[in-house]
Design a protein around this ligand. Structure first.
Ligand SMILES: Nc1nc2c(ncn2[C@@H]2O[C@H](COP(=O)(O)OP(=O)(O)OP(=O)(O)O)[C@@H](O)[C@H]2O)c(=O)[nH]1
Ligand SMILES: [Mg+2]
Length: 359
């Protein structure tokens, strides 16, 4: 697998940082990344990459060292088709969104999660249908090909539209059911604290540590898709509900965010946002800002109290630079706590903050 980025300025990470993240996503989907390339051009060409880079890739494709190319930017249907033609259909071409949706489809466990992924996949595929499926069938399974139906018959846009309507309807009924559950829960008057954050920040590790929730946590992007809620008793005797949610990432297309609106609603209805940041990550600052932006702009959460949890402090290098980084965070945020969900540093402080924001 080769990852490619055209070095445009449409993300919050630099092209190099963004392509590193794309490699992590590919690894999370089970792929082995054998190389990456960045091309600095002002505007993507009709083939996405310039002809020189494509010829270079075609020449090394002959060695059989890779079978897939993933672009870091969303490809238009014709860019995807043009690129595929250069490789005579022998190399699979997918983009960041298809890769993320593929990971989501592997992780979804609940009916609601599965429906949301199906919806996002169908919305993504609708404009890309022309002549695509026969080609994908030739390439066989693997990442980026798992879709809402892989049969020829579904190449028909009308059918996919009907499918979108159907999924939305099913989602609505699942949501009504869940809302009833939620209102019952709210009847108990328990405040809900939502763990949110960039993917891989340590949200699931934290809920497991605090509540014995047994959510799967692993060093892969988007481990968690379906939300989990558990009761947590604070030292004062007060009970709260703690919810683990799907992680965020930069360059997440609005259609994908929209498909997960039901899950994200959990966050909008919570009393307190617990923003978990992997402080040991080289892009921790950017990751924090990406999440903040989604919370504020996409979910309209400006008013809720936020607790900022700087996690993985055990992994942080003790340099002047990292100390300065921590100090900057401390100066900027009032409800801030530094923890390690792994070696349990700072957990009492975190629980103390939970109590403080309630009073
Ligand atoms: N060193 C260290 N590793 C941690 C800490 N907290 C979590 N991890 C590791 O970080 C990885 C990701 O943790 P998760 O809890 O799955 O992260 P998440 O935020 O739930 O990730 P998604 O579900 O993918 O959004 C796992 O390998 C954890 O073991 C920590 O405090 N220190
Ligand atoms: Mg998780």
């Amino acid at each position: 697998m080769i990852c490619a980025d055209i070095g445009g300025d449409n993300g919050v990470l630099s092209p190099e940082e963004s392509i590193n993240e794309l490699s992590e996503l590919a690894r999370s989907a089970g792929a082995v990344v054998v190389g990456s390339l960045i091309q600095r051009i002002k505007k993507p060409s009709r083939n996405y990459l310039g002809i020189g880079k494509i010829e270079f890739l075609v020449s090394i494709a002959k060695s059989g060292k890779f079978d897939t190319i993933i672009s870091d930017d969303e490809l238009t249907p014709s860019q995807q088709k043009n690129l595929e033609d250069f490789f005579s259909g022998k190399i699979k071409i997918i983009d960041r969104t298809a890769l993320i949706l593929d990971i989501f489809s592997k992780r979804a466990n609940t009916r609601e999660g599965k429906l949301q992924v199906e919806l996002a996949q169908a919305e993504y595929l609708l404009p890309r249908l022309a002549g695509q499926w026969s080609h994908l069938e030739r390439l066989g399974g693997g990442i980026g090909t798992r879709g809402p139906g892989e049969t020829q018959i579904e190449t028909d846009r009308r059918l996919v539209r009907a499918k979108i309507t159907r999924i939305k309807k099913s989602l609505k009924s699942v949501m009504v059911h869940r809302k009833m559950h939620r209102s019952r829960r709210l009847d108990f008057g328990l405040p809900v604290f939502s763990l949110v954050g960039y993917t891989n920040a340590g949200k699931s590790t934290l809920i497991n540590l605090l509540t014995n929730a047994k959510v799967k946590s692993q060093d892969l992007l988007f481990s968690t898709l379906d939300p989990t809620t558990r009761k947590l008793r604070l030292t004062s005797g007060t009970n709260i509900l703690l919810t683990d949610t799907v992680g965020f990432i930069q360059k997440l297309p609005p259609k994908v965010v929209a498909a997960f609106r039901a899950t994200l609603e959990e966050i909008t209805e919570s009393s307190v946002i617990v923003h978990v940041v992997d402080i040991s990550h080289p892009y921790a600052g950017v990751q924090h800002d990406v999440v903040n932006k989604i919370l504020k702009n996409d979910l309209g959460l400006n008013q809720k109290p936020v607790i900022t949890v700087l996690n993985k402090v055990d992994k942080m290098l003790c340099s002047t630079e990292s100390n300065e980084f921590l100090e900057n965070f401390k100066n900027e945020f009032s409800n801030l706590v530094i923890v390690s969900a792994l070696d349990k540093t700072g957990i009492d402080d975190l629980l103390g903050l939970f109590q403080k924001v309630l009073t």
